[in-house]
Design a protein around this ligand. Structure first.
Ligand SMILES: *[C@@H]1O[C@H](CO)[C@@H](O)[C@H](O)[C@H]1NC(C)=O
Ligand SMILES: *[C@@H]1O[C@H](CO)[C@@H](O)[C@H](O)[C@H]1NC(C)=O
Ligand SMILES: *[C@@H]1O[C@H](CO)[C@@H](O)[C@H](O)[C@H]1NC(C)=O
Ligand SMILES: *[C@@H]1O[C@H](CO)[C@@H](O)[C@H](O)[C@H]1NC(C)=O
Length: 379
């Protein structure tokens, strides 16, 4: 099966949960982008790219593992025989690319920043029992919230460097953009993996926005809870992802921020926001068809299985980056970088060369690296 992650950089406005509905009363919160895949001189940081790819792989495996545990069967896209983590992989986990904003938790309500991640389903914050791995973050102390309840269950999430975020599960009031879920399951971490330490990860915690079946807690995500509790009239959330004025809109979409109609791509498998991508084209030439895709605000690159990606670059004339620097990455002369388009729901969305081009291979190089990379998720 083909498997590709489409990502925040291609932000396609296909995140709507249900059929078109009249606009309800929604609320937006500002979100901020944090990015560090390039060096100060704008050349790409291959170590950061490789860490990001390792993080994506670990993330997919977490989702598959949780799906199998929750549903009692393998996720249909889990091709089997997968090694669950890159044991001995020298990479540190990367959470360098994220979109974060504020939520509040508990009684009295306390504010935290979280990374809004459509590629996972769990909410966790640094808990009061956390060691120095959480220092620098705002700490959630469930015992100081009169509405918190200990579920008596632990959680553990494996990240790309083999380390874990783990702790205890609670329920409490969680509010986002003015909407409140009174008994939301969330984790109080007593260990943060390196990628979540405050030097690397500016947000306090992470808020997953996908479906329950890939939740480590087997609990509904904050947004799904708001929908099932009837808190939002429209079961829709929308992201505007841009370097300024980015926002997450809960309960609809902000009509001042787009023109034209929406294109709908049905979710093919509830778990991730998994949809069918009709094709990938360049210069009107169809290069790939029928690609299984995940829309993930927590993945910055576009990542596909190596055979698809190599077929794409054969057609485009890309050059594979040396495997010791950037396995799975491809380059083009900066002066003739191609554009591609991705088709969802019958509509083609162009990705400009300037958006696909991550920057020069090294300082002053005339070769530039593409943001669409190959990753073997099955090993
Ligand atoms: C919609 O976007 C506009 C333009 O950024 C902004 O001024 C307005 O506050 C947004 N609406 C809501 C409800 O957030
Ligand atoms: C996970 O939750 C779903 C929905 O509530 C339930 O059907 C399923 O049995 C649960 N799985 C486990 C392993 O508890
Ligand atoms: C925090 O605790 C965990 C689990 O005991 C341990 O693996 C980790 O090294 C500790 N981190 C720090 C920074 O002390
Ligand atoms: C691609 O095809 C469309 C429709 O056939 C046409 O309008 C457009 O000019 C073509 N673009 C290129 C780059 O050839």
């Amino acid at each position: 099966m083909r498997f590709t992650l489409a990502t925040s950089t291609v932000a396609l406005a296909v995140l709507a949960a249900a059929a078109p509905q009249p606009a309800g009363i929604g609320m937006a919160i500002p979100i901020t982008k944090r990015s560090s895949l390039v060096n100060a001189d704008k050349s790409v940081n291959f170590d950061a790219l490789k860490s990001h790819v390792a993080a994506v792989k670990a993330k997919i495996h977490r989702g598959f593992t949780n799906y199998e545990k929750n549903a009692g069967r393998k996720h249909p896209s889990d091709v089997g025989g997968v090694e669950r983590r890159g044991a001995g992989d020298p990479l540190t986990d990367d959470q360098n690319e994220l979109w974060y904003g504020s939520i509040s938790v508990g009684t009295p309500a306390k504010s935290f920043t979280v990374d809004f991640d459509t590629g996972s389903s769990d909410l966790f914050l640094p808990g009061s029992g956390c060691n120095s791995s959480c220092s620098g973050h705002t700490i959630w102390d469930p015992s100081s919230s009169s509405t918190s309840q200990d579920l008596g269950k632990s959680f553990s999430l494996a990240y790309g460097d083999g380390s874990t975020v783990s702790g205890e599960q609670y329920t409490d009031i969680v509010s986002i953009a003015g909407f409140s879920a009174p008994t939301q399951t969330l984790g109080a971490a007593d260990t943060y993996s390196s990628g979540f330490e405050s030097s690397q990860f500016p947000a306090d915690g992470l808020l997953g926005m996908a479906f329950q079946s890939i939740s480590d807690y087997n609990a509904s995500s904050v947004f799904q809870t708001l929908v099932s509790d009837g808190c939002v009239s429209d079961p829709v959330f929308s992201f505007k992802l841009s370097s300024s004025g980015a926002e997450l809109y809960i309960g609809g979409s902000n009509s001042t921020l787009y023109t034209g109609g929406f294109t709908y791509a049905p979710v093919t498998q509830q778990g991730y926001w998994e949809v069918n991508m009709d094709n990938v084209k360049s210069n009107n030439k169809t290069i790939l068809t029928n690609v299984d895709a995940i829309i993930d605000t927590g993945t910055t690159l576009i990542i596909g299985i190596p055979s698809d990606v190599s077929a794409l670059y054969d057609a485009l004339g890309g050059t594979a980056a040396p495997s010791d620097v950037g396995q799975g990455f491809y380059t083009f002369p900066c002066s003739s970088f191609p554009s591609i388009s991705l088709t969802f729901g019958g509509k083609s969305f162009p990705i400009a060369a300037s958006a696909l081009n991550l920057g020069p291979v090294s300082s002053g190089s005339s070769d530039c690296v593409s943001g669409l990379a190959g990753l073997d998720i099955g090993s």
